[in-house]
Design a protein around this ligand. Structure first.
Ligand code: SF4
Length: 387
């Protein structure tokens, strides 16, 4: 039993709801007051790609085929989808994917959960089934469930967002017999996948995080207080930001209002990066001869770093002793040794006996007062109350 008090809400808690709610003001505007969010090139392309992919995979399941490129091509020409980028992505995607219809449980699988976190029938209203998600493709093989989410973005990222555990959690609640649930991000533009695997114990632990995030939203609803919180998603926020109204610049917040603004910021970044490279080179020489330069709370100078250097011969002897590949860790690298250390601490202890300290310097800004992490910034959070 979950201690969430049922309430008469008109919205559902979805992965996108929770992600939007990093800034509670934005959540209030778009989710509570249902202010529409204008379509962007990104959302139009994503919707078009998903429509094609869902139709295609549904057809493969109905006809029990792993691929049918003639049918796929016919979908791109039936006039229902106009977005040329989405069509090009779909062509690349279907040409490179084979499916296993026997394992496909469904496409666009809608999962709804009630206040006790039990599955609810489709179309149950939000006041009775507050949690929901639409999973692009679900495959089930015995006690293993696989969730695939299609991404048309121009960047590949790791499945570390709320979605990466929210969807597995919904599936776990819908199918309690599953023991392992894998979440896959399918980056269709790059023909690349990123995966994350969860045991049921891990998902159950994450359930607590979801409930906490939900309670935060309900507390804001109860208190009618909607803090404005700048975050990485400000770049695609189309609201009139209260912080801008209060005098902060859009750039300081990270809100990008148009493509033209993105171009102008990119030009500025290009110039700044070139300038920074040049400044670093000349200041490095200046500081090497004249000593650190101080500004406000920081000093620019050289900081000594001591690294352990391991003799390659000894690494090879130990690799042989521990049954590793002969060259493992030779690229020298502390990172690789740290990895080995996690599993075989005795390997590194033995190796440490032969290590020699090697001193280098890093050219960087250092706080004058080491307890001071950074100079004071304007307040990032303001309280915004409903009238
Ligand atoms: S731009 Fe302003 S309103 Fe929009 S998410 Fe960022 S802080 Fe919130």
């Amino acid at each position: 039993m979950v201690d969430l008090k049922p309430r008469d809400i008109t919205f559902r808690i979805r992965q996108s709801t929770l992600e939007l709610a990093v800034c509670l003001h934005r959540f209030n505007q778009h989710i509570v007051h249902k202010m529409p969010r204008p379509d962007t090139i990104y959302t139009v392309r994503g919707t078009a790609f998903h429509a094609l992919a869902h139709k295609y995979v549904n057809y493969l399941v109905q006809t029990n085929q792993s691929s049918d490129h003639v049918y796929a091509e016919s979908l791109t020409q039936d006039g229902a989808i106009f977005d040329t980028d989405a069509i090009a992505l779909f062509r690349e995607w279907h040409a490179k994917h084979l499916f296993q219809p026997d394992f496909i449980f469904g496409n666009e699988v809608r999962v709804l959960l009630d206040w006790d976190l039990n599955p609810a029938p489709p179309e149950t209203p939000p006041r009775l089934a507050p949690f929901s998600g639409d999973l692009d493709r679900v495959e089930i093989d015995g006690t293993t469930g696989d969730i695939y989410d299609y991404k048309t973005s121009f960047a590949i990222f790791n499945p570390t967002t709320v979605q990466a555990y929210f969807y597995p959690w919904l599936l776990r609640r819908q199918f309690p017999h599953l023991r392992t649930i894998r979440f896959h991000l399918d980056f269709v533009r790059f023909n690349a996948m990123k995966h994350r695997e969860f045991s049921v114990a891990e998902i159950d632990e994450r359930e607590g995080d979801i409930i906490l995030l939900t309670k935060r939203l309900f507390k804001a609803l109860d208190d009618r207080v909607w803090p404005v919180i700048p975050n990485e998603n400000c770049s695609n926020c189309t609201l009139e930001c209260p912080l801008v109204k209060a005098g902060m610049t859009r750039e300081a917040i990270g809100q990008i209002a148009s493509y033209e603004q993105a171009v102008s910021m990119t030009q500025e970044l290009y110039a700044l990066e070139n300038k920074a490279t040049h400044f670093k080179a000349v200041l490095r020489n200046y500081v090497a001869e004249n000593g650190p330069v101080e500004i406000l709370h920081h000093r620019l100078g050289f900081k000594k770093k001591v690294k352990k250097k391991y003799p390659p011969g000894k690494i090879m002897v130990l690799n042989d002793k521990y049954g590793f590949e002969e060259s493992r860790g030779l690229a020298s690298d502390q990172k690789e040794l740290n990895k080995i250390m996690r599993t075989y601490p005795e390997y590194v202890t033995e190796l440490d006996a032969f290590a020699k300290d090697q001193s280098t310097t890093d050219f960087q800004f250092m706080p004058l007062d080491p307890t001071l992490e950074s100079v004071a910034l304007p307040p990032a959070v303001e309280e915004w109350k409903d009238d």
